[in-house]
Write a protein that binds this ligand. Structure first.
Ligand code: NIG
Ligand code: FE
Length: 419
């Protein structure tokens, strides 16, 4: 009876995949993976998978399979779609001129001090309409979905004015409404000080807190708050002021810390109960041990370090200290003009010596925890969204980071539909 029922269900509204070489990331994690657990990636060898109403309805070993379905090509691996928990993918124009300036010797800080960098992007945001920005960002979303990303966090932070920040957040809101990807929105008004506030921070911070935050909260335009805590940008005290004001509106922090300098941002972020502390290229031994005791996520962005020719964040030391490490792209025009999580996973293994399973978990389930979507995404588990990567025939999951710069993805499924 049960057998017939299952067959009927399968015929009606679901898709069944059989003879799957490997299903990777079959785990129900109650918390982010840390320490030795980061290397545990439960895998079904020769399995089946049932997708129903956009969700994972069942999966298991072929020997227990009661369904008839589509047999997948030999050596196909199915894994959870990437969860990219840190991007700035709403922007107006690329900045390849700065890229060339850097090749000729200019530093990131020098370019920023000369009105380039974030302020350059802010000028451009002002000149573009909401519709134009939406179309550009929509294309980028389509692009990253084809690269296997099923969930993404997107920040404002190139508006840097009342109107500019609202424009960006409205674009993100429209992306959320129209896209099948899971999207989280972060208010990053505290990304840089506009030129006129360079030596007079107070009024800009007051504008963020008193003018913008109430509107953002009323129109539900953000899930999180972020600040760029860095020398020449926001101090730990300024970050705390912005985060405390945002907390009163229910926005939890996900923060840019320790990209260029260690100035106490990690300790402040931990005190603020951040969901995630991101970047971490420049950390002391004390910072590393504090992150080991931090209950949130330590998000590493190796493609930004790669692009800026900086030292990679110390992933091994962080994992050994018990930090919950996630990987994200930082997709933005200045420090990581790529939203390719496959490349990030490769860089994590090649340059930070993460093991393939560690990198895959960091790019999926721990990324999901960094967006608080661990009940919907990040693993192949019953009742989660069917956001899945189907690979081309490959010998093992180790081949995914190994074959850097090549595309191992055959198909991507978002909410049960192949794109
Ligand atoms: O995450 N570090 C601050 N913000 C971005 C870069 C922004 C930009 O250069 O446009 C980052 O790297
Ligand atoms: Fe960033």
């Amino acid at each position: 009876m049960e057998y017939i029922l299952k067959l009927t269900l399968a015929a009606m509204s679901s898709r069944v995949f059989t003879d799957i070489f490997q299903i990777a990331g079959v785990l129900g994690a109650s918390g982010p993976l840390r320490g030795k657990d980061l290397n545990q990636m439960p895998t079904i060898q020769n399995g089946y998978l049932v997708v129903e109403d956009g969700e994972i309805a069942d999966c298991g070993l072929m020997e227990n399979c009661n369904y008839r379905g589509e047999s997948l090509p030999h050596n196909t691996i199915v894994l959870p779609a990437w969860c990219d928990s840190h991007t700035h993918l709403v922007f107006a124009e690329s900045r390849e001129n700065e890229f060339v300036q850097k090749i000729k010797g200019a530093s990131y800080a020098e370019i920023a001090a000369a009105g380039g960098g974030i302020l350059n992007s802010a000028k451009k945001i002002e000149q573009y309409s909401e519709d134009q920005l939406f179309l550009l960002a929509w294309k980028r979303l389509e692009e990253i979905a084809l690269l296997g990303t099923g969930a993404v966090e997107i920040k404002s932070g190139y508006g840097l004015s009342f109107d500019g920040e609202l424009k960006m957040l409205k674009v993100i809101q429209r992306l959320k409404e129209k896209s099948n990807l899971i999207i989280k929105s972060t208010f990053l008004g505290a990304h840089a000080f506009p030129q006129e506030y360079r030596n007079n921070h107070g009024p800009y911070i007051q504008m963020l807190i008193h003018d913008l935050l109430p509107v953002i909260a009323r129109e539900k335009l953000a899930d999180y708050v972020d600040t760029f805590c860095e020398k020449g940008f926001f101090s730990p005290e300024e970050m705390e002021t912005v985060c405390n004001a945002a907390a009163a509106f229910g926005l939890k922090p996900k923060l840019h810390v320790n990209q260029l300098n260690s100035i106490g941002a990690i300790q402040t972020g931990i005190r603020l109960d951040a969901i995630s502390l991101d970047h971490l290229e420049t950390v002391t031994d004390k910072d590393i041990s504090d992150l080991g005791n931090f209950k949130g996520i330590s998000t590493l962005l190796p493609s930004a370090a790669f692009f800026l020719r900086m030292n990679m964040p110390p992933a091994r030391k962080l994992i050994e200290s018990n930090a919950a490490v996630a990987l994200a792209t930082d997709y933005n025009p200045g420090s990581s003009p790529s939203g390719n999580m496959n490349f990030v996973v490769s860089l994590a293994c090649i340059q930070m010596k993460m093991l393939p399973e560690e990198a895959l978990n960091a790019a999926t389930i721990n990324g999901a925890f960094a967006m608080e979507i661990d009940k919907q995404a990040g693993s192949v588990s019953v009742s989660k969204k069917a956001n899945l990567i189907f690979t081309k025939p490959i010998p093992s999951i180790n081949y995914i980071p190994y074959s850097f710069g090549q595309n191992v993805i055959d198909k991507v499924m978002i909410k049960g539909e192949f794109i």
